[in-house]
Every structure is written in structure tokens, then in C-alpha cells.
Design a protein around this ligand. Sequence first.
Ligand SMILES: [Zn+2]
Length: 167
Amino acid sequence: MHLINNKEYSKEDFEKRLRFETEPVKRVTPVLQQVAVDLLEEMYNLNAIGLAANQVGLRMRLCSIDPAFMQNKKMPVIMFNPEVVECGEEFFTSPEGCLSLPGLGLKVPRIRNVKVKFLGLDGKEYTIEDDNSLLSAVIQHEIDHLDGFLMTDRSLEKIEINYNTEV
Ligand SMILES: [Zn+2]
């Protein structure tokens, strides 16, 4: 797994890898379970609370999150085919960072209450409903990746991303 970020990739290569809608998985096979566990491990290695599969070059609708990791706890959630099925009307703004945009911190408006449906590591369907702002923000950030969006698209500030021009 190799993290895609703007410091290493040209704009074209970066966008080719991150600006597309990922493919849903049909079924959670043992091979995909291993991929998901590797993704989660990579997320912890990178000291992150969320990682989307396309950020490490995998073209599938899969992400791992663990908002508790910031409190030095581990409560991992692996999500295949995550999908927002209900959302509230209230927004809040939270500070976010992104492994694919190192060094950038942004205030990003997010929906406070979301209900998300996904397949877990065991292939069964789950829903998470949450109004805990951090969990909600992390889920929306990762689902955005899987849909080809970045936090810079959501921010009210106009941000120019600097890409690697030496490739
Ligand atoms: Zn990100």
C-alpha cells in the first residue's frame, strides 16, 4: 500500500487516483477481508483516524475509521460499500486534516447527524447512526474520498492544492 498525496504526485496522477467514484464490492470474500485488515493496519501506522482504499491505490469502496484512536483507544470500524442513508439538516464545522494533503488543516462544514449503512468485515450489513461530531465528520470525510471528493471541495475557504511538478 502506498499513500497517494499531493507532494509526491503530479496533479494529473493525483486526480487519476483520487478523483473518481470507487467500485462497490459484490461480496466480502476472505481476500477482501485481508485487504481491509491491511488497510486498517496502514491507517494505524500512519497515525490516522480514517483511511479510504483509493488513498492507497485500491479502486474499491472500502474505508477504515477509528475516531477513538485520538484518545489512544482502539475501536476500529471497517466499512465496505458505506452509504449515507439518512442525514439531518444541521451542519457544524470541524477542523480536519487529510493524509493525501499533508500539512493542510481546514475547517470543513459537515452534517451533524448521519446514518450510514455498510457491510462489515464479516460481510453483514450494519448501520451506524451518530451525532457525535468527530465520528460523523470522519465518516463523511472518508465517504467523500470514495466518491472522488476532497475536503478542499467542502471547505468554505478557497484552497489551491500544490502538486509535485518534478515528475
Ligand atoms: Zn482524507
